[in-house]
Structure formats: structure tokens, C-alpha cells
Design a protein around this ligand. Structure first.
Ligand SMILES: Cc1cc2nc3c(=O)[nH]c(=O)nc-3n(C[C@H](O)[C@H](O)[C@H](O)COP(=O)(O)O)c2cc1C
Length: 308
């Protein structure tokens, strides 16, 4: 079954969840555009999540999703709100939703976890999820080892549920490539950072537009918590220190609160904006609707012009 049919959306384009950024304006913008907007629940009290869902629904009557972060302490209360507010699509990050599966299925909620390996994809299929988002290491944010090019076909070959490709997709070429690898949909984060509806400070959007193919950096590889962000002096220093004899506390001191510093305060010197490698492809800030429609048109043209 196509992703559009499964999720009752017009185009097979999901806007990946982005902590502190995936709030009602951007989520509604993408859903209104015919894609799927996904609300972030990270750090939200249950009633704050309810309010965000309601604010989003005030802007669109099209389907929206919520992301559940399995590391959240109040996730039980968040799941309760998701059910009470009649959300029908849940993406899940940083762990298995197995403890909630029965409850979610009783309420007809489609469950779509994010994975970085074939093994996790197989585990998720076993517990009865409806689709899988396989995210390659080109992506912004927390990353695994495999690239999208290698991960997607391996996951597709091993699971029967639909696979949605994430990581390194920002235009119609990327969408067609993902489909050629066997995906039935795509999830994009970085492209939507440069959308009109995205609420990050303007300085961050400008920095994103200036990015090239080498503008991202991965921190945290040593401790196994790799995160891809837009390169700056602070993060370059972090990587130097990471592989030195320095204490973990010195590293933490550098980056503590740095994501919030970037996306809320607009500080690009000592803040860290999670960003994917595809940033170098993004040259314009556009409304979500234009982004989605251009990608679909380009995908159509690319598909027609393939000479293999
Ligand atoms: C700024 C930013 C914040 C993100 N925050 C989260 C998050 O909180 N949880 C999560 O599962 N993924 C997060 N991601 C990953 C996205 O949901 C998405 O899968 C990813 O951006 C896709 O790759 P791309 O950046 O190449 O488009 C984030 C990505 C970015 C760029």
C-alpha cells in the first residue's frame, strides 16, 4: 500500500520531527501542503502537548502526526493525551514503543518508528508497527552509521512493511532516488528548516542558505551518541577535545544547552543547529506548500527523464 494511502495524505512526504522546531505553525504548514506534519512532544508536559495539538488543528483539518520520544519521562501521560486528542499517526524515536503497542492498536493509531539499522527494523516489524522510517547518516540530528544509500535497500529487502527513507533528501531527485531504493515515502528535516513556517531565528536560516556540502560536523562519535550539526568553531573544538584526554565534563560544558541557544536564541557561534548534509542544496526560503509541490513536480520530471 502506498504511504499516501496508508496515512491518508496527498504526497508521500513527511516532515521529520525536530525538537523545539516542530511546533504548530510548521506542522500545520506541511500538512496543509499535502505532506504530513509531525509535532514534537519533547520536553512538553502532557497539557502543553494537548495545547500544541489543538493549535495545530486550528490551522489545518488535514492529518497530523505526533512524535513520541521513548526517553521522555512523562511519555505515559503523553500517550494518553495523544489517544484522547484522536491522533491517528505516531512516529517513535529513541527506543521501542512495544509497551504501548496494544493500547495504540486498540485506538487505531498507525505506529511508525525511526530506525538506523536493519536489526532494529526487524525488531519493530515483529512488534507490529505499520511502517518504518529508516534514517541514514546524512541526516541532521542523532545519526547511525549507515548512509541512506546503503540502509534503505537493506531494510527494504528484509521487511514487509512500507519503508520511508530519511536523511539527505531535499528535492525531487532525492525523492526519486529513495523510491528507486525501494522506499515508499520520504521524511525530510533539514529542507523544512528553510521554510517560511519554520520558527527558527532568521540568522539561522541565513546560515543554512550559506551552507555547502562540507558544512556539517558530527560530534559525540566517541561516546556513541553521534549528532550531525552545522559546523562552527565551538563544535570543531568539541571534536578536537573529544578525541583528546579531556574529561567528559569539559565536553558537556561546551555543548550543554547549545541546541536551545541556536534554535531559540539564534546564537550560531556557541549554539548548535542540527543540520543534515543536504543543507548545501538549499538556496531559498519558501513556504512549505511550494517546497512540497516543487519536489513532487521535479520528481515527476526526473522520473520521466531517467535514461538507464
Ligand atoms: C534541527 C533538527 C532537529 C531534529 N530533531 C529530531 C528529534 O527531536 N527527534 C528525532 O527523532 N529526529 C530529529 N531530527 C531528525 C529529523 O526528524 C529527520 O529524520 C531528519 O532531519 C531527516 O534528514 P535530513 O535532515 O537530511 O532531511 C532532527 C533533525 C533536525 C535537522
Amino acid at each position: 500500500m502506498s504511504i499516501s494511502k496508508l496515512l491518508n495524505i496527498q504526497y508521500p512526504i513527511l516532515k521529520g520531527v525536530m525538537a523545539l522546531i516542530s511546533t504548530h505553525k510548521l506542522v500545520a504548514g506541511v500538512s496543509e501542503a499535502g505532506g504530513l506534519g509531525i509535532l514534537s512532544s519533547i520536553n512538553l508536559e502532557a497539557e502543553e502537548l494537548r495545547e500544541e495539538i489543538r493549535l495545530t488543528r486550528a490551522l489545518t483539518s488535514k492529518p497530523i502526526a505526533v512524535n513520541l520520544m521513548m526517553l521522555s519521562k512523562n511519555r505515559d501521560q503523553q500517550v494518553k493525551v495523544i489517544i484522547e486528542e484522536n491522533i491517528k499517526i505516531l512516529t517513535v524515536s529513541a527506543g521501542s514503543p512495544v509497551v504501548y503497542m496494544e493500547w495504540l492498536k486498540e485506538n487505531n493509531i498507525k505506529v511508525i518508528p525511526v530506525v538506523h539499522t536493519v536489526q532494529k527494523a526487524l525488531e519493530m516489524e515483529k512488534i507490529g508497527v505499520d511502517a518504518i522510517i529508516a534514517e541514514g547518516s546524512e541526516s541532521g540530528g542523532y545519526i547511525g552509521e549507515s548512509s541512506t544509500m546503503t540502509l534503505i535497500p537493506q531494510v527494504v529487502s528484509q521487511v514487509k512493511v512500507p519503508v520511508i527513507a530519511a536523511g539527505g533528501i531535499a528535492d525531487g531527485r532525492g525523492l526519486v532516488a529513495a523510491f528507486a531504493l525501494g522506499a515508499l515515502g520520504v521524511q525530510m528535516g533539514t529542507r523544512f528548516l528553510a521554510s517560511e513556517e519554520c520558527t527558527i531565528p532568521p540568522g539561522l536560516k541565513s546560515a543554512l542558505l550559506k551552507a555547502t556540502d562540507t558544512s556539517t560536523i558530527v560530534t559525540g562519535r566517541k561516546k556513541g551518541d553521534a549528532i550531525r550539526s552545522l559546523k562552527n568553531e565551538m563544535l570543531e573544538k568539541y571534536v578536537d577535545l573529544e578525541f583528546s584526554e579531556t574529561q567528559e565534563a569539559n565536553l558537556e560544558e561546551l555543548t550543554i544547552g547549545s541546541y536551545r541557544r541556536a534554535v531559540v536564541e539564534g546564537n550560531i557561534e556557541t549554539g548548535s543547529l542540527m543540520t543534515g548534509q543536504v543543507a548545501g542544496l538549499i538556496t531559498e526560503i519558501k513556504p512549505a506548500k511550494e517546497i512540497v509541490e516543487e519536489i513532487m513536480k521535479e520528481a515527476h520530471d526526473v522520473r520521466e527523464s531517467l535514461k538507464i
